[in-house]
Design a protein around this ligand. Sequence first.
Ligand SMILES: Cc1cc2nc3c(=O)[nH]c(=O)nc-3n(C[C@H](O)[C@H](O)[C@H](O)COP(=O)(O)OP(=O)(O)OC[C@H]3O[C@@H](n4cnc5c(N)ncnc54)[C@H](O)[C@@H]3O)c2cc1C
Length: 417
Amino acid sequence: MAAIGSSTQRNIVILGGSYGGISIAHYVLKHVIPKLPTPETYKVILVSKASEALCRPACPRALVSDSLLPHEKIFANIPNQFLQYQSMNFQFIRGTVSDLDHTNRIVRISLADSEPVETLNFHAVVIANGASTHSPLLGLTGNEGKLKADWASFREALTFAKSIVIAGGGPSGIEVAGELGEYLNGRAGVFDSNLKAPNVPISVVTSSSKILPRLRSGIADKAERYLAEVGVSVIKGTSIKTVAPETAGTKDVTKKAVITLDNGNVLEADLYIPAFGTVPNTGFIDRSLLSTDGRVKTEPGTLRVDKAGPRIYAIGDASSWARPAVHNILDAVPVLGANLRRDLLLATALRDIVIEGDKTFKEDTREMQLVPIGTSKGVGAVMGWQLPSWLVWLMKGRDYWLWTTNSLWNGRKWSTP
Ligand SMILES: Cc1cc2nc3c(=O)[nH]c(=O)nc-3n(C[C@H](O)[C@H](O)[C@H](O)COP(=O)(O)OP(=O)(O)OC[C@H]3O[C@@H](n4cnc5c(N)ncnc54)[C@H](O)[C@@H]3O)c2cc1C
């Protein structure tokens, strides 16, 4: 077992290279380390399984075809985004975190290519490992190579598929259904409410009484009408009892599946996509620090993980602090950053400096979700206001937020604190 870093270096270790991890890394390098008495002794070490960041919301369209979104914009090389900082203050490690020992303040990392486990001591740590989807097509459950390979095999299988079943009526399931429906079936004419004989019938199965549970019924009903226009039908109030073989849609994204529903009906699908729920990537964290849903118990105002010890924080889908969504992460980054700066200054034991009080985060819980349905339509609400389809297209549907990610990955978004 090898150790990374010198004994005098104070490591600010950030786990996970996505919206939470990359944003907080830039923030710390721009607004925290320069404010500390000895900046040269602090180093941000960002650890992630993949060396590329992913615009995750773009997955529902990216998985369908190579040509619908520019691939060079969906992924961004992480180390390149940090070349702007001095190397004494930043390091990227591509590896899988296998243990967070919060008592001894150590993380253990398995590096790629089955090298020995490395240990890394930390002065501060930010847990930003996010959450995985059951379908590997919807995020970086492994590294970027694995995701690109899964998309490629899925797209090949798509050319032969005669039926598709999607599990989950949340935004991921509905977006995937809309993209696949429009791509494979086209869209019904303006005077038709649904596509009479779709090339590839697509079914969405949800145990809820309506799709898009976070949006009001009127918006969910509109989404269902848009889905019918592209050959997607919705089976509501029904759970999936079994999927055979079990690996269909998870380990093998191209396997045919037999899906048994709790009402006794059986669906056969050439392709099956489990697009319901997520599993927090927190298996390497002591269970005493986790809530019942597997997320890290985080103080919602300060983003500290109080039970774990000093200077330990969590943000994003791995944390219990707020609803998993990019806008919440972006609102919370300056709060976490300011509180980290305060905690680091307090730890210097210098008594002649003015240290600001805590900053606190307050989640905006108003109805807020945008759901494109194919390349030209969509439903949603922002701050409690329902948006027309064209505005959903303009904000999200035209490129699934790719217009926003550049400044996030390169840190320009955090130019001011
Ligand atoms: C299909 C889909 C569409 C979405 N659309 C939207 C949307 O339109 N708007 C919105 O606000 N939100 C959307 N979301 C939610 C949004 O993507 C998440 O809230 C966001 O990605 C969470 O970011 P994160 O930084 O917490 O972690 P994640 O994006 O989950 O990334 C975690 C990172 O940590 C890495 N990692 C995990 N475990 C380890 C480990 N043990 N060691 C090292 N690295 C590890 C992963 O490889 C990954 O790079 C969508 C989610 C999905 C699945």
